[in-house]
Write a protein that binds this ligand. Structure first.
Ligand SMILES: [Zn+2]
Length: 157
């Protein structure tokens, strides 16, 4: 069961069983993970609430405090490691090849963002729980929205 929160314009779960570990319960609405789902404006099945149409709606996935902390710590740690490596590589290439090192900046950005995402998922899985996206994919409300054409990524154009 989900309730539409008019003020925050999001779907809040009434279910509290954590969908990341499947053991604990969510004790606070803000501990839940809100994942945005998107939909093209000219399609049908858009969520309509008091004649307002939504193209983007955050859906709350029940999450316990322990899983919240695992997600947060993994995010911070992954970003620190990935960007640390990225910056070191850029600095090193400048030291070795001088100005040609400028090309490594692109590689650095790629390593920073890509590495952070990859590491974050790995750190979360190492703790034995689902990643933010994996947990969301198990969620019935999310699955229903996906079936009716909503998506995890923002529609282009
Ligand atoms: Zn949990």
């Amino acid at each position: 069961m989900y309730i539409f929160n008019q003020e925050k314009k999001r779907l809040e779960p009434t279910e509290t069983k954590c969908q990341y570990c499947g053991v604990e319960h969510s004790i606070h609405m803000e501990h839940n993970h809100f994942i945005p789902l998107y939909k093209e404006a000219d399609r049908t099945n858009i969520i309509v609430y008091r004649s307002v149409k939504f193209k983007k709606i955050p859906v709350g996935i029940p999450r316990c405090k322990s899983c919240l902390l695992i997600h947060l710590r993994a995010e911070t740690k992954a970003a620190r490691i990935a960007w640390g490596v990225a910056v070191s590589i850029v600095v090193l290439t400048f030291l070795i090849w001088g100005l040609w090192g400028i090309f490594s900046i692109f590689a650095g950005i790629f390593i920073g963002f890509g590495g952070a995402d990859f590491l974050q998922d790995k750190l979360v899985r190492d703790k034995g729980i689902y990643t933010k996206l994996e947990g969301a994919k198990q969620n019935e409300a999310v699955q229903d929205l996906i079936i009716s054409g909503w998506s995890f990524s923002q529609p282009t154009a």
